[in-house]
Design a protein around this ligand. Sequence first.
Ligand code: BMA
Length: 341
Amino acid sequence: MSKVKFIGGSALPNIPWQDKPEKIGDAPIWRYTENPIIGRNPLKNVARIFNSAVMPYNGEFIGVFRGEQVNGIPYIYLGHSQDGIHWQYDEEKIHFVDENGNDFMPKYAYDPRLVKVEDIYYIMWCTDFYGAAIGMAKTTDFKTFVRIENPFIPFNRNAVLFPRKINDKFMLLSRPSDSGHTPFGDVFLSESPDMVYWGRHRHVMGKGSEWWESVKIGGGAAPIETSEGWLLFYHGVSGTCNGFVYSIGGAILDIDNPSIVKYRCENYLLTPEEWYEERGFVPNVCFPCATLQDADTGRIAIYYGAADSYVGLAFTKLDEIVEYIKAHSVLSEQDSEIGIR
Ligand code: BMA
């Protein structure tokens, strides 16, 4: 029985899972032995699927997938799975409409996240709105996808919604950006009464002093509510003479006031080591976008994009990951403050 508890979490007995192998790296995270779970050319006109988000749905799993079309333009595709590992995709990309039911397709759509708040499923992605910006849509049935008007002006990426309101407000993490290969970036928190108007912005955490996250960071999977705070898997980027390296980091945010970081792990949790993370369209990328959790066992499955070419799956347990993050926590003054100036 876990010491740390998921708050509001449900049992997910069919969560994809493999037990911890004897030999892993320092952090208590281990990869699925059959990775990558999504290979090249996964469907017609789509060369690569990566940086994608999944969740349980009607006893099975559903997901929104970044599909890099053969013309190089990314869009979001819907996929279904019985086991969270083998996926079937709709051949057509997701068709978005506006509030009046008229077509409202994004020009670009990449790095989607999928989060349920109350009875509505929200998709957030990076879009082209005269520059890199946040796109959003909602659905209740995964048949009609209604775009929410542009929530932020450019330039911004890596929007991740919290899975419940806090003090009656929707809460969103995002990472101000530019339109290119942004060489900077801290994570901020914004709140909204209605998913339309966002404000009361707060600084959450900046790029780290540790080398692996010394260029920029960005929210990854939707924060997981636990008895220790919001468990956040995010990406941290370092710069080498041969380009960026994307690793997965972990932090725990205050439950009522998530701009306050309670613990932040100085070590990466997962860094490119396997061929599918080191070799691909963009080498050396582990980019987390979603998790699944089983409240009964404390199991967590992490979905991450690998080398902008594949989807990988990794596992951990709530007690072990929280203990590891706490045991290796190093906080800067900026992390622990409320983040308003
Ligand atoms: C970022 C985003 C991600 C991508 C990463 C590495 O800027 O565009 O989609 O995985 O770069 O190329």
